[in-house]
Design a protein around this ligand. Structure first.
Ligand SMILES: COc1cccc(CC(=N)NC(=O)c2cccnc2OC2CCNCC2)c1
Length: 384
């Protein structure tokens, strides 16, 4: 089956050879449909208010039961309510971009899609975009063409705000990936990972020797500590300088943006920095976010505790030593595994830090913006 929906969208065709960068179509506000897309009669549009704990909980439950699973359907992402509030309410967020589909009769939430504002630099050019995430249709309503309607509706609402580009990721191949990334993981609780089927015990290796192989120190090599508000100005300068060398990367425009994304929030986001004693400036930083997964149908364990690498900058030490300290922090916080993509210069530490490759790809996409395909190592953007 072709891409019935995607072939109608301003995205490159899957086999396009792209040579220069720029918008694919240029529409104006007059071209944008003024009324919401038409849903099948049994359904209605709804805006979710993340400041209302019951509505936040509805998003949580829909994703908990129906969101992304691994290729073998052994794990399903379990984003927490407080994580979702953090992810959906950065500075400048709009509630109208937290879009749900309810059953008119029962009021049950059966679909969701979100957009948040972001400035993404593409080959050095800052573009006002939205990051699209958490597209989810209830398992019982799949194959009813609801996802294309959700995508069209969030596009319409974003266009009405005069924004014409978007960034998103997916585990599936659609027209047309701007980068195809591999994911890697580093075992922390090796025994549990084997018990739940996340890892396999190599033949002829005892569990004891495998546990020993993956042992992590209890103390960091460097004096890193949680980011404070006073660190933000120098951390923002360090981040923007570092990210500007990537072909696709966010621009954290204000200190408020940086504080939102990197203030340590328990069970959501962890950011540790090294500060130069004399200049009081941040010189190095690691960060990772908390994204557990439900373990589907395991007698002994219900949840896989996973840390996902976020943004890391090393200037007074190697990236390998920095991420090595991130592993120490993750171990201390009781994580089972540390995940990352082969973006940034991450592939330089996989071997030394004993990462193993995952069994899938994560594709990066831009909407209404064509640009030559990027290597993973040219990507400096991490979506939640
Ligand atoms: C182990 O539990 C899983 C539960 C659901 C899906 C997957 C495989 C997978 N699809 N992993 C990733 O997409 C992934 C692997 C490494 C780093 N970030 C990732 O995805 C992030 C970024 C995109 N949005 C989801 C979280 C694994």
């Amino acid at each position: 089956r072709g891409h019935e929906f995607w072939d109608t969208q301003p995205v490159p065709k899957i086999d396009d050879k792209i040579v220069e960068s720029g918008p694919i179509e240029n529409k104006t506000l007059e071209d944008v449909r003024k009324e919401p897309l038409t849903l099948p009669p049994a359904f209605e549009w709804i805006e979710l208010d993340c400041n209302k704990s019951d509505e936040l909980k509805e998003i949580y439950t829909l994703l908990y039961e129906n969101y992304v699973e691994d290729d073998d359907n052994m794990f399903r992402f379990d984003y927490s309510p407080e994580f979702l509030k953090w992810a959906l309410q950065p500075p400048g967020f709009l509630k109208e971009w937290h879009i749900g589909v309810r059953v008119v009769e029962s009021k049950k939430l059966v679909g969701f899609i979100s957009g948040i504002p972001a400035t993404i630099r593409v080959e050095g050019k800052p573009i006002t975009m939205v990051e699209i995430n958490f597209l989810c249709v209830h398992k019982k309503l799949r194959e009813k063409r609801l996802a294309p309607v959700l995508i069209k509706e969030v596009t319409r609402r974003v266009n009405l705000r005069n924004i014409w580009q978007a960034a998103y990721t997916a585990g599936v191949v659609l027209p047309k990936p701007v980068a195809i990334c591999k994911y890697w993981h580093r075992s922390i609780k090796q025994q549990k990972l084997v018990e739940v089927g996340f890892s396999a015990l190599p033949p002829k290796m005892s569990m004891a020797s495998m546990v020993k192989l993956y042992r992590i120190n209890d103390e960091m090599k460097h004096p890193l500590r949680p980011l404070t508000k006073e660190d933000v100005p120098s951390f923002r300068a360090l981040l923007d300088e570092y990210l500007s060398k990537y072909k696709i990367a966010p621009e954290f425009a204000t200190d408020e943006d940086v504080w939102h994304w990197f203030e340590t929030r328990k069970d959501v986001i962890t950011c540790y920095v090294k500060v130069d004693e004399t200049t009081k400036k941040v010189t190095d930083a690691f960060s990772f976010y908390n994204l557990p997964s439900t373990i589907i149908g395991n007698a002994k364990h219900n949840t896989l505790k996973a840390a996902f690498s976020f943004y890391n900058v090393a200037t007074t030490m190697s990236l390998t030593e920095l991420v090595g300290d991130a592993l120490v922090a993750a171990k201390k916080m009781d994580y089972d595994v540390y995940n990352c993509l082969d973006v940034f210069e991450n592939s330089t530490f996989f071997k030394d830090l004993k990462f193993a490759i995952g069994d899938g790809d994560l594709q990066y996409y831009l909407y209404n913006y064509s640009t030559p395909t990027k290597k993973s190592s040219e990507i400096g953007l991490v979506l939640l």
